[in-house]
Design a protein around this ligand. Structure first.
Ligand code: PDD
Length: 285
């Protein structure tokens, strides 16, 4: 049983209880993060906490934990839950009100919840071991604030479920102009003629930390050209490689979209080069 954190106390996860009047429960009114930790070493702690702070500011939750307080919480979760491979889940809601009323209540403390869950072994840059992802693709029907890592994930859940029910591992999303946005729980990339291309950030995409680290590593290395720009679904279907990225997956190679084979249907050479660089550099963030 994972040891969780709730509002100042550490306790077994099944003993962590919140009020049904919590605005996270009633309205999905909160922000979350997932930070991967391998044998006690976190990936992207700084950028994850910065995104958490930006999200809380974007929705007007007054919550002023310092980066040091977040670091202590993460360290405690790692120590109390064994230092294997963990996803550290952090969650802050606007707090518990006495009534259900849409406007922000004044002067209620935020609810802070965190726990850890086991994740698989660290992804390795080895084509033979890489999982080949088969994904669906559908029109992105979420809201226009996807840059905020809101706990209100119903739009994402419905898109994920749509692909899942058809036996797919993820669902790629595209907007009304047939441009790729991201996936239901990942950012998305294509590779064409050796160039790595990913949709530019705006309010239709989460600014993924894996995306951020990967782009930074690739740019610093300089051997693989990188572009951030609009990507049409026609480009996606004719790409040499397609990848999805997230904290729990690193870089995952997509070999099929809605039944159509991507490239030669195999995990690609650019994936291998990129995952090699990512594996070597990710703990520096
Ligand atoms: N999902 N886009 C969406 C919609 C996501 O939910 C996620 C992460 C990403 C990738 O972000 P990052 O690289 O920071 O993990 C992109 C998390 C892992 C989740 O909801 O479990």
């Amino acid at each position: 049983m994972s040891i969780a954190y709730l509002n100042g106390s550490y306790l077994p996860l099944d003993q962590a209880k919140i009020s049904p009047m919590d605005r996270g429960f009633l309205f999905g009114d909160g922000i979350y993060e997932v930070i991967p930790s391998y044998n006690g070493k976190m990936v992207g702690f700084g950028p994850h906490i910065e995104r958490m702070k930006n999200g809380l500011a974007a929705i007007g939750v007054q919550f002023d934990w310092t980066t040091k307080q977040w670091a202590d919480l993460c360290q405690q979760l790692i120590e109390k839950n064994g230092s294997g491979n963990l996803g550290l889940y952090l969650h802050v809601t606007r707090g518990t009100d006495s009534k259900r009323f849409h406007a922000f209540p004044e002067n209620i403390p935020a609810t802070v919840f965190a726990y850890s869950f086991e994740i698989g072994p660290e992804p390795v840059a080895d084509k033979a071991l890489a999982k080949k992802y088969r994904v669906a693709a559908t029109r992105d029907l979420r809201w226009e604030r996807c840059h905020i890592k809101s706990i209100a994930l119903l739009g994402n859940v419905l898109h994920f479920q749509q692909g899942y029910e058809q036996g797919y591992d993820e669902t790629l999303l595209f907007n009304a102009d047939n441009q790729l946005t991201e996936a239901s729980a990942c950012n998305a990339f294509i590779v064409k003629n050796g160039t790595v291309i990913t949709p530019a950030l705006d309010n239709a995409k989460l600014p993924g930390i894996t995306r951020h680290i990967l782009l930074d590593i690739l740019r610093r290395d300089g051997s693989i050209p990188v572009e951030e720009r609009d990507v049409s679904m026609d480009e996606v279907y004719s790409a040499d490689e397609v990848w999805i990225t997230s904290s729990s997956k690193d870089i995952a190679a997509v070999v099929q979209i809605n039944g159509t084979t991507v490239g030669n249907g195999e995990v690609g050479d650019v994936w291998l080069a990129a995952q090699t660089l990512y594996s070597a550099g990710k703990f520096n963030y």
